[in-house]
Design a protein around this ligand. Structure first.
Ligand SMILES: [Zn+2]
Length: 598
């Protein structure tokens, strides 16, 4: 309560808390009968939503004690640079950074004991670990004497992440990848459709990577290994798959659905998008405790940051003179590339606009010989810089130009990396239409011309039907099967006839499903749109199933059979989509009509 008082909580709030703490009680349920009431008198029940909040407040006291001791110079400084970080508490996980001297260790033990006595949160030294960073043997002996706990080596786990002073080796990374692979439901995969496995991969496997990728730059081989698992699971439901199982190249699968993929995240792009957050936060919130630590960023992250952030200069203290986009949304590096080449990287990373403009310090950054181009740039820059006036007392404003709010979002950072990619034309027709996921997945394969029809089988030298199994006249390929075939044309005519849309039925001149689909979609009003698209997916799916029946189960091609198949399927679809959709609007000219008439 005193702690809460010190932190500025009012007496009313503290009284409420007091009430909670003293009045809480527990009953034990024994064979369905509640037992005697046990009063706690102190503390809350386990799992109470309030307890983590109170815990954080209590741990803050420890943080404060250590910081005070450090400020009073009771500890030896950690390094020559002003490193402010001595303690990193997260719930009950506390990391303390100490020099290996007897005085420092005993002082920190004393503080921990003091804190334990006051709060009841005693530290169990036996259960703690020591991790030496650049320690000599002699120092280690001293540490072992004073701290009777286990000595570990890096990498260790902190907050679920591998923590290391060096780059992680392959052997250290492998367990993480294995753990991801273990998340896949082995036998259940056979019961899932590919569309279901796509959801599994994106929302379980890839989601697991987010936390890791935010902190660690995944090495290319690790990305490859994880992709192998993801790919094999989607196409085959196993941990292993060869090229033949994968119908569409992996980089394409990893595009968003708008760009012709399946919306699986590309791990490299995802990693870059997630890690841009750190330099962005350092710019916008320079008072974060870690902001003074060196930040390792890859080239891609830096490029994305340069592209995404523009700065409105206030007093110029938090803007980099050479690198940030602060002159009308442009950086000096882009305005004067030759001149910037003679500025060292270290200087460019440190020189703020404020420092640069004070007494024209930016001139000192230019070193080495200057070319004619650089000289011209220098003269131009001189005029521009002299026109700049800083506004004292107004902080610099950094704007993330990829999102409408001007704030960083991982999604905008991710999407920016695919700018300029070609849009997938049938996107809305396939993915925005109501149909079972497996059927839409099939239509996606059709749009990429990647179904196992005779032409593809022949190219691979696999056994294949000599002619189209439905008309027995021409060679089979997916476009012929779904639209060019005489059988398919009759089928389309019948099924569209039921919906009074027979005028739209494909003509002999229509040879590609997608072209025909686009054409007929433009012929109907928007109201019939959705229903028509569902019918077309239903039709294509039915033809495909009927074809497979003929090829694998020895059935003979019959229009009547195919229509019955379509009817059964339509019944299921309308049952599935009946929920929550206004039936009247969709049934007119839509699936409901087909179902009603068939
Ligand atoms: Zn045919």
């Amino acid at each position: 309560m005193e702690v809460l008082g010190q932190l500025g909580f009012g007496s009313r709030w503290r009284d409420l808390l007091c009430g909670l703490l003293t009045s809480s009680s527990t009953q034990v349920l024994l064979n369905g009968t509640p037992g005697k009431v046990i009063h706690h008198r102190r503390g809350l029940r386990q799992g109470d939503p309030l307890s983590p909040m109170l815990f954080i407040l209590v741990m803050d006291v420890l943080n404060w004690m250590i910081t005070r001791a450090s400020e009073a110079e009771l500890f030896q400084p950690l390094s020559r640079r002003p490193l402010q970080h001595r303690i990193s508490p997260y719930a009950d996980d506390v990391a303390l950074f100490l020099r290996p001297t007897a005085a420092d260790i005993s002082l920190s033990l004393r503080i921990l004991n003091l804190f334990g006595d006051a709060s009841g949160l005693k530290t169990n030294v036996q259960k703690s670990n020591v991790l030496p960073i650049h320690c000599s043997e002699e120092n280690m002996g001293l540490v072992q004497n004073l701290l009777p706990c286990e000595v570990l080596e890096f990498p260790c786990r902190y907050l679920g992440l591998p923590l290391s002073t060096r780059k992680l080796t392959r052997g250290q990374f492998q367990p993480i990848i294995d753990r991801i692979a273990d998340q896949l439901p082995g036998w259940k995969a056979d019961l899932m459709t590919r569309a279901g496995r796509v959801v599994m991969v994106q929302h379980v496997l890839t989601a697991m990577m987010v936390y890791l990728a935010m902190a660690i730059d995944l090495p290319p081989w690790a990305i490859k290994a994880i992709d192998k698992i993801r790919r094999a699971f989607i196409w085959r439901g196993r941990k292993e798959a060869n090229g033949g199982h994968c119908l569409i190249a992996w980089p394409k699968v990893c595009r968003s659905k708008e760009l012709g993929g399946l919306g699986i995240s590309d791990l490299k792009a995802l990693g870059v998008a997630l890690r841009v957050r750190w330099p962005w936060l350092r710019k916008t919130e320079p008072h974060k405790p870690w902001a003074s630590l060196p930040l390792q960023t890859s080239k891609e992250v830096e490029c994305l940051l340069m592209m995404a952030v523009v700065t409105e200069v206030g007093d110029g203290a938090n803007t980099l003179f050479w690198k940030d986009n602060w002159l009308d949304g442009k950086s000096i590096q882009s305005l004067a590339p030759s001149l910037s080449a003679s500025v060292s990287r270290g200087r460019a990373n440190r020189r703020s606009v404020k420092d640069a403009l004070d007494n024209d310090l930016w001139l000192e950054d230019i070193q080495g010989e200057i070319t004619i181009d650089a000289l011209w740039e220098y003269l131009e820059l001189w005029d521009i810089i002299n026109a700049v006036e800083l506004q004292q007392g107004i902080p610099d404003k950094h704007i993330w130009r990829l999102s409408s709010s001007g704030q960083y979002t991982a999604q905008s950072a991710y999407e920016a990396q695919f700018q300029g990619a070609i849009r997938f034309e049938p996107y809305a027709r396939i993915w925005k239409t109501w149909a079972p996921p497996k059927c839409r997945f099939f239509m996606w394969l059709v749009a990429h011309n990647q179904c196992w029809t005779a032409d593809r089988l022949a190219r691979r030298g696999l056994p294949h039907p000599a002619r189209c199994p439905l008309c027995d006249q021409e060679e089979e390929n997916i476009q012929h099967l779904l639209i060019g075939c005489v059988f398919a044309r009759h089928f389309w005519y019948s099924i569209l006839h039921y919906a009074s849309l027979s005028v739209l039925a494909p003509q002999p001149s229509d040879i590609a499903l997608n072209d025909w689909w686009r054409k007929v979609e433009n012929c109907v009003d928007s109201e019939v749109h959705k229903g028509l698209n569902s019918i077309i997916i239903l039709g294509a799916w039915t033809i495909w199933r009927h074809r497979n029946d003929c090829v694998f189960n020895g059935a003979s091609p019959r229009l009547g059979t195919a229509l019955v198949l379509a009817k059964e399927e339509a019944l299921l679809w309308s049952l599935a989509r009946a929920k929550g959709l206004p039936p009247a609007r969709y049934q007119r000219g839509g699936l409901g009509l087909v179902f009603g008439l068939l």
